[in-house]
Design a protein around this ligand. Structure first.
Ligand SMILES: Cc1cc2nc3c(=O)[nH]c(=O)nc-3n(C[C@H](O)[C@H](O)[C@H](O)COP(=O)(O)OP(=O)(O)OC[C@H]3O[C@@H](n4cnc5c(N)ncnc54)[C@H](O)[C@@H]3O)c2cc1C
Length: 396
C-alpha cells in the first residue's frame, strides 16, 4: 500500500513584528521600520492595484499635513505615482455671515496642506518596501484567520493561505472594523455622527489657485479640495437620506447641485468620478497597546473628516511608534508601548473633541447658537494670533 504523503508544507516563519493591514497606515509604518533592527511581515489581502490611466482619479482623496508629507518624503514615498496639489489657502464659511480663512503666506508657511489620492500614495509606499531584506510582504489571499496569543513567541497567526507565522509584536493597522481588535476582545467607544461622507471629483470652470473651500450648511459640511489641474475633490458630509439622494443623481445633476451648494466659486463643475458614500463614526478603542500588541490608525481611532485629519493622526501614530521601536530589543515590551500610547493620547483626544464639537455646534438650529458660531468664526479670523495658532496646529 502506498504511504499517504503529508500535505505540502506551509510556511511557518517568525518575525519580530507583524503588521496586519497594508493600507496607508500599515504600509507607512512598515516603510518607517524598513531600515531598522527588526524583521517585519506586512500582511494584506488586497494589495494596491497599479495606478490607473492619467485620466482616472481615485474617489478616495485626502488632505495631508506638511509635517506628514515631510515624513513621507523621508521614506521615499512622496514621489511618482503620487499626484499632489498644494493648498495655499483655506476659506471656511459659516451658515450665516461667519468667515474664517487661513493663508500659508500669512502664517509664514510654504503651504497649508497637500491633497493626493489614496491609491497612488499606497502604491508609492508599497514600492518603498520592494527588495528590503528585513521586510516580507504576505499578499492575497493572506488575511489573518485565527490568532493564538501565546507567550514565547507571543503570537501565532494562521493565514487564509495556509501559512502560519509568529511574532513578538503584532500591530493592527487593519482599519476601522479591525479584525485584530475584535479577536483581542478590545472594546471601543463609538458615536455615530449620523452623516455619510459623499465624495466625488469634478473638473472646474475656473482655476482654484490652490484654495480649499468649506461650507457649514444646514444639510452638513461641504468641502472642495483642490486637485492638480482644474479639478477638485468634493466631500459632502450629510445625513443619510440626503446622501442617498446625492448618490442616486445622474452626474450632470450631481455637478449642478455641487456647483450651487458651493455658490459657484469655481464656476460650473463637471463630474469626473461617480459619487461614493462612507458612513462617518467616531471610534476610540479602549486599549491601544497590550504586551506584544498595538493598534494604530483607524483600528485605534476615527474622526469626522471635516478637518481632514483621520489618516494624519494615523501617520503620527506610525511616526512615533517607529521612533520608539528604532532602538531594537524586544519590540513587544509593554513599558515602551505604554509610553508610546500615552504620548499619542492628547493629539487624538483633542482632534476627536474638536471635530465632534464643530459638527455638533453647526447641527444646532436655534438662532442664538447660529449667531454665536458665525460671530466666533469671524472673531477667530480677525485675531491674528488665534488664526495663526489654528493654522500651526493643522500643519503638524
Ligand atoms: C469621506 C472621508 C474623507 C476623508 N478625508 C480625509 C482627509 O482629508 N485627510 C485625512 O487625514 N483622513 C481622511 N479620512 C480618513 C482616512 O480615510 C482614514 O483615516 C484612513 O484611510 C485609515 O487608514 P488605515 O490604513 O488605518 O485603514 P484602511 O485604509 O481601512 O486600511 C486597512 C487595511 O487592512 C486590511 N485588512 C483588513 N482586515 C485584515 C486582516 N484580517 N488581515 C490583514 N489585513 C486586513 C484591509 O484590506 C485594508 O487594506 C477620510 C475618511 C472618509 C470616510
Amino acid at each position: 500500500m502506498r504511504a499517504v504523503l503529508p500535505k505540502s508544507p506551509t510556511v511557518s516563519d517568525h518575525f519580530d513584528i507583524v503588521i496586519l493591514g497594508g493600507g496607508l497606515n500599515g504600509a507607512a509604518l512598515a516603510s518607517a521600520l524598513k531600515n531598522g533592527p527588526h524583521s517585519i511581515a506586512l500582511v494584506e489581502p488586497h494589495p494596491p492595484s497599479p495606478p490607473g490611466a492619467e485620466a482616472t482619479w481615485d474617489s478616495r482623496i485626502y488632505a495631508y499635513s506638511p509635517g506628514n508629507v515631510e515624513w513621507l518624503q523621508s521614506l521615499g514615498a512622496w514621489r511618482d505615482p503620487v499626484r499632489a496639489q498644494a493648498v495655499y489657502a483655506m476659506k471656511i464659511h459659516g451658515d450665516a455671515s461667519g468667515r474664517l480663512s487661513f493663508d500659508a503666506i500669512d502664517a509664514g508657511l510654504s503651504e497649508l496642506a497637500w491633497i493626493a489620492e489614496n491609491g497612488r500614495l499606497q502604491s508609492a509606499l508599497w514600492q518603498t518596501l520592494a527588495g528590503q531584506p528585513n521586510v516580507r510582504i504576505i499578499q492575497a489571499p493572506a488575511s489573518a484567520v485565527t490568532w493564538d496569543a501565546g507567550t514565547n513567541p507571543r503570537h501565532r497567526l494562521h493565514l487564509a493561505n495556509g501559512d502560519s507565522i509568529t511574532a513578538d509584536l503584532l500591530i493592527g493597522a487593519d482599519g476601522a472594523q479591525s479584525w485584530l481588535r475584535t479577536q483581542a476582545g478590545i472594546g471601543f467607544d463609538e458615536e455615530d455622527y449620523k452623516h455619510i461622507g459623499v465624495v466625488a471629483n469634478f473638473e472646474t470652470e475656473k482655476p482654484h489657485r490652490g484654495s480649499a473651500f468649506q461650507w457649514f450648511r444646514a444639510d452638513g459640511v461641504l468641502a472642495y479640495l483642490p486637485l492638480p489641474g482644474n479639478r477638485i475633490s468634493m466631500v459632502w458630509s450629510t445625513p443619510p437620506e440626503h446622501a442617498a439622494e446625492l448618490q442616486a443623481l445622474p452626474p450632470g445633476e450631481l455637478a449642478r447641485r455641487a456647483t450651487e451648494a458651493g455658490k459657484g466659486v469655481l464656476g460650473h463643475l463637471r463630474c469626473i468620478t461617480p459619487a461614493a458614500g462612507f458612513p462617518l463614526k467616531r471610534r476610540r478603542a479602549h486599549e491601544w497597546v497590550r504586551p506584544g500588541l498595538v493598534l494604530i490608525g483607524d483600528a485605534a481611532h476615527t474622526v469626522h473628516p471635516l478637518a481632514g485629519q483621520g489618516v494624519n493622526l494615523g501617520f503620527r501614530d506610525s511616526r512615533l511608534l517607529a521612533e520608539v521601536l528604532a532602538s531594537g530589543g524586544n519590540p513587544g515590551e509593554i513599558g515602551r508601548l505604554s509610553a508610546y500610547a500615552a504620548r499619542r493620547m492628547e493629539d487624538v483626544a483633542s482632534m476627536q473633541f474638536t471635530t465632534g464639537s464643530l459638527k455638533k455646534l453647526f447641527a444646532r438650529e436655534d438662532s442664538l447658537t447660529r449667531a454665536m458660531r458665525n460671530w466666533g468664526m469671524s472673531l477667530a479670523n480677525q485675531i491674528q494670533p488665534v488664526n495663526q495658532a489654528l493654522t500651526r496646529h493643522a500643519v503638524l
